[in-house]
Design a protein around this ligand. Structure first.
Ligand SMILES: [Cu+2]
Length: 632
């Protein structure tokens, strides 16, 4: 079970060293900030106030490094529970992660400097003198074997990462896996810094994306503590002026409040679960249809019939920050002018059930023009031309929604998360207001933006769905199963949670946590799944646990076939909880009928390489729920 709780980093306080690398002065292309309402450098929370836009940077205007590439230098810094990127922009030291503005076809570089344990030499070295990013150091630990799902073998390895590593992942980047490589990091380099060079493919859809560290074992603490930002792929012809374009980055308020309960306390159950797991005797694996699995016992001793979904609405109210300022923020926009709201879930582990209500509390549909960066109409040249009206956007961690909103004079609306209870062992969800948006005086003549409802034949998912219908025999099916266990620690510490995502359509599967292992001389770790470029696959995602998970894959988006409104294209999807059933043989351990989520993956244009798929609840990812895929 997930205890995404206390961050244990020591406070590391160093004097601010002014960098000599001032970025070029460019006009702020996004809506204006209220500079006095900024968080202190990796400092305490800022009380609710006007929505502040993070600084933005056209990457094509960033200074050239000595190799002729436009480069941004981000220095990862840490104070207590809070993490931030420090950088120099327009002659000033900044620490709210910048909005990176990029265009398809562009190449740029981001240097990550690991200053989590103090200043690093890599901050001031020329780019050409930096050693390349290197594999993370993962200590070899003894493997232990237990009995797992369907009596197949289960392998556990305790996490032993150095906890000050940091790297960078451009979430949603559809370019080369060699460029966006989360197996590499900065810490293991002598300069404690390295440069990632990214070439944005010409086919990268215009929309809102997300960047964050992906150092295995540390990603959760770092993202929860604030290391996250937005990158935006600009359309060829923007129709929304910068002043009407707003980033709404949802993060935890840091430091975390003590009242912030992610989970019911299951500590007593853990002890029983550990003993139960250890007592299971190896038996021959159960034969089953991986695409229609039977119910299987939970690994946790919650008595059947006595499990209650935790009551919603019982948590302290202020737990979110919007662009670094405590929620709810306020925003005034010109009446009658279409506004683009780029909502990004940068909570490391929490779902936002996004809704909109008017001043009388009446719910208003969301006009979704983009989902995870992808225009819903499938027309990258006209990304705002089509919208989907939705009652609620279930925004998983790392999910993004681009919304259009036009207010009438005098109108006021609030963007909020609804109370939803998702599964027996999930965090408690309370309704939470993020931003209240009020209409001010009408703007200058509004831009000629016409957006129409999307039609099924004219959306981002339709061409792949049509291809699969026409060529069913060419589509390979695989089943993946999400599972969780708790084990005692070999070193006498309390039990630890272990999370797995396993290809259970492989008849000889073994559940094992993400753990990169390299063949001799190999640059990338050995894959769990090998896929041929040029193929299309349908993956069935089964959740056998008592909480929700999600599915995200690097280098590509996919079509979610299980979305309630019909197939939709996205890069991260919720994997819901299944169904608890009584277990007559062992009443303490109820059976779980797994839920299934089906996704279509189009490998016809994905560059060859080795990358990962994982649950984007980062506590789960850090504790093993990640697999390695190779496209050959
Ligand atoms: Cu998960």
């Amino acid at each position: 079970m997930c205890y995404r709780g206390t961050v244990t980093k020591q406070a590391v306080l160093f004097a601010v060293v002014a960098s000599t690398l001032a970025l070029l002065l460019v006009p702020a292309p996004f809506a204006n900030a209220a500079p006095e309402n900024r968080p202190a450098l990796c400092g305490g929370p800022v009380p609710p106030g006007p929505l502040v836009q993070p600084p933005s940077l056209e990457m094509s205007s960033a200074p050239l490094d000595d190799q002729g590439v436009h480069e941004l230098i981000l220095r990862a810094y840490n104070a207590g529970e809070r993490f931030c990127f420090r950088y120099e922009l327009r002659g000033r030291e900044e620490h709210v992660a910048p909005i990176l503005l990029v265009h398809p076809g562009e190449t740029f570089a981001i240097r990550i400097v690991n200053e989590l344990d103090g200043p690093a030499p890599g901050a001031t070295m020329p780019a050409s003198a930096l050693p390349p990013c290197s594999p993370m150091s993962m200590k070899v630990v003894p493997k232990r074997r237990f009995v797992g799902y369907m009596d197949h073998e289960l392998v556990t390895e305790t996490m032993s990462m150095k906890d000050v590593d940091v790297n960078l992942h451009l979430h949603g980047f559809e370019g080369s896996a060699h460029q966006d490589d989360p197996f590499l990091s900065s810490l293991s380099t002598p300069a404690h810094a390295c440069e990632y060079v990214y070439s944005v493919p010409l086919t990268q859809p215009p929309g809102t994306y997300f960047y964050h560290p992906h150092a295995h074992g540390m990603a959760d603490d770092e993202v929860a503590g604030g290391l996250a930002g937005v990158w935006v792929v600009q359309p060829a012809k923007p129709v929304i002026p910068p002043a009407d374009d707003h980033v709404i980055l949802l993060q935890y308020r840091v430091p975390f409040e003590s009242a912030y309960e992610f989970m019911p306390n299951l500590g007593a159950l853990d002890t029983k679960a550990i003993k139960h797991e250890a007592a299971l005797k190896p038996a021959s694996a159960v034969k089953f249809d991986p695409f229609d699995p039977p119910p299987w016992p939970s690994a946790y001793p919650i008595a059947a019939g006595n499990v209650k979904i935790p009551a919603c609405g019982t948590r302290a109210p202020t737990v979110a920050a919007v662009n670094g300022v405590d929620a709810p923020a306020t925003l005034t926009v010109p009446a009658g002018t279409p506004q683009l709201l780029r909502v990004v879930n940068a909570f490391s582990d929490s779902i936002a059930f996004l809704r909109l209500r008017d001043a009388n509390g009446v719910q208003i549909p969301l006009k979704v023009v983009g989902r995870d960066g992808i225009p819903v109409g499938g027309d990258d040249a006209h990304p705002r031309a089509r919208y989907e009206a939705e009652r609620e956007g279930a925004l998983v961690p790392a999910g993004r929604l681009d919304l259009l909103l036009t207010l009438k004079p005098g109108e006021k609306v609030t963007l909020y998360s609804a109370a939803e209870c998702t599964a027996p062992a999930d965090e408690l969800k309370v309704p939470q207001d993020f931003v209240t948006i009020a209409a001010g005086p009408p703007g200058a003549p509004p831009p000629a933006l016409v957006s129409r409802p999307v039609q099924p034949s004219h959306d981002a998912a339709s061409s792949l769905v049509a291809y699969v219908k026409a060529h069913p025999s060419l589509v390979r099916r695989r089943a993946f199963t999400y599972s969780e266990y708790v084990f005692d620690s070999p070193n006498g510490q309390p039990g630890y949670d272990s999370y797995y995502v396993t290809e259970t359509s492989n008849p000889t599967f073994v559940e094992h946590p993400f753990w990169p292992e390299y063949a001799k001389g190999a640059r990338a770790p050995m894959p769990d799944v090998v896929v041929k470029r040029g193929t299309v696959e349908e993956w069935y995602l089964f959740n056998t646990t008592m909480e929700v998970h999600s599915f995200h894959i690097h280098q590509m988006s996919f079509v979610d076939l299980s979305a309630p409104g019909g197939p939709q294209r996205e890069d991260t999807v919720l994997v819901p909880f299944g169904k608890l059933l009584p277990n007559p043989k062992d009443p303490d351990y109820p059976l779980i009928q797994p839920s299934v989520t089906r996704v279509l993956l189009d490998f016809r244009n994905v560059p060859r390489g080795t990358f990962v798929f994982h649950c984007h609840m980062l506590f789960h990812e850090d504790h093993g729920m990640m697999g390695v895929i190779r496209v050959v």
